[in-house]
Design a binder for this molecule. Structure first.
Ligand code: PMP
Length: 437
């Protein structure tokens, strides 16, 4: 190994990029070919990173195989949607049976009512639920319901929140955002959010927030912050929309269950379709029953694939047979131990880095911890996250460019120990270019 005492961060990064590029010719070639028809070779922004993303050929359990034949422990877990890991046998059987029976039936099927019942039984604030095709769509529907039932326009969102490709509020928001009347508050700022809600008062249709910022850095809401939003909504008559698309996997009843919180509407998505396209929105029966098509003045809500048999059958098998409350608790306990272990590695090495998050979803930040405010991580040197990602991947751990880690059910004790060992090696190797505590 080269002498690393005088190496700069740019040198370390260039060296990692060179080794990554040399090791992954098939992924590089796939990227080049795809660029001819997909802009930048990409159809999903989060999956792009320099110099080119790894392309995967398959997966089993907590492991993935890339186009060059390398195997990885999966620390991405489909950005939290991959709760079941890869090729979970019970989910696969349910989907295979559904496929054998035919999959464009154009009618209610035998799975959707059972999946709805399982979701209602599981999540305390969801008395009725409807399905759609993505978390984005679930949030769009929740906000649209709020506007329709309140007759108001204003929607309060959190800076650095993420609710979908056209509901993204990181770094000031996206020009592609849906054209609602958005107003902003800061996450975990109790006086700020209370003042914003009171200021909008009778014009406010909804407050939408995640109980833990996911894309915003895995920063959990404080109980006081969630209570302040609930109280503000009660005082103004606005609906509280809780986006649990990512966080519903963190406890058997979601994070709203942990907090004993009663949002008016909850958005779900990701793993609840068994790993196929999925979204759902649900909440108070009185609100959701406006969708009863037999009721006078019912809201219409279409969607060709809302009840597609793959998502319905796979989701049902997954939620009822695999992601039991006990399995959920065990997966999140492993996540807690990974987070504690990683924080200890950084602390022992005297590195200014921390890992935030809840249970099985976490984020490494190269700033001193703990982090409770998303703005605290904005100034970090992104090159450090890049180096961390590339070194993990070169060691056989599939990793995100933003430092996020999500575990799956098959990620067990052996994978946990291997991840901690790899992290300790990376920190030891690059100690000289990491920021001192
Ligand atoms: N809300 C949150 C909190 C999310 O993390 C995501 C996806 N990462 C979404 C909404 C959007 O879900 P989808 O990608 O299924 O549209």
């Amino acid at each position: 190994m080269r002498d690393r005492t005088n190496i700069t961060l740019d040198d370390a990064l260039a060296d990692a990029v060179a080794r990554y590029t040399a090791a992954n010719p098939a992924s590089a070639a796939r990227h080049d070919v795809a660029r001819a028809s997909l802009p930048g070779g990409n159809t999903r922004a989060v999956l792009f990173y320099e110099p080119f993303p790894l392309a995967m050929s398959g997966g089993e359990g907590a492991w993935l195989t890339d186009l060059d034949g390398h195997v990885y422990i999966d620390l991405v877990s489909e950005y939290t949607a991959g709760v079941y890991g890869h090729s979970e046998p019970l989910v696969r059987d349910a989907m295979t049976r559904a496929l054998a029976d035919g999959w464009v039936l154009g009618a209610p099927n035998r799975h959707e009512g059972a999946l709805a019942a399982a979701i209602v039984a599981r999540f305390p604030a969801i008395e009725r639920v409807r399905f759609c095709n993505s978390g984005t769509e679930a949030n769009l529907m929740a906000l649209s319901i709020a506007r329709a039932v309140t007759g108001r326009e204003a929607i309060l969102v959190m800076r650095e929140g993420y609710h979908g490709g056209i509901l993204t509020f990181a770094h000031g928001g996206s020009k592609l955002n849906a054209p609602f009347e958005f107003h902003f508050a800061d996450y975990n700022d109790v006086p700020g959010v209370s003042a914003a809600i009171a200021g909008l008062g009778p014009r406010l249709a909804a407050v939408i927030l995640e109980p833990m910022l996911g894309g915003g850095g895995c920063i959990a809401a404080t109980p006081a912050f969630l209570s302040a939003v609930r109280a503000g909504c009660d005082a103004t008559g606005a609906l509280m929309v809780l986006d649990e698309v990512m966080t519903s996997r963190l406890a058997p009843g979601g994070l709203h269950g942990v907090h004993g919180l009663r949002p008016d509407l909850v958005a779900l998505g990701k793993y609840l379709g068994g790993g196929a396209s999925f979204g759902a929105f649900g909440g108070r029966a009185e609100l959701m029953d406006r969708f009863d098509p037999a009721a006078p003045g019912a809201f219409g809500h279409g969607g060709t694939f809302n009840n597609n048999v793959l998502s319905m059958a796979g989701g049902l098998a997954g939620l009822t047979q695999v992601f039991t409350p006990e399995a959920c608790v065990a997966m999140n306990d492993r996540g807690d131990r990974l987070r504690v272990g990683l924080n200890a590695i950084f602390a022992r090495a005297g590195v200014a880095a921390c890992v935030s998050g809840v249970g099985s979803i976490m984020n490494v930040h190269f700033v001193p911890g703990p982090v409770t405010d998303p703005h605290a991580v904005e100034a970090q040197d992104r090159r450090l996250l890049k180096l961390w990602q590339l070194e993990l991947m070169l060691k056989g751990f599939y990793a995100t460019p933003r430092g996020m880690i999500a575990l799956s059910l098959p990620f067990g004790e052996a994978e946990l120990a291997a991840t901690l060992a790899a992290a300790a090696e990376i920190v030891a190797t690059h100690r000289a270019v990491l920021p001192p505590a």
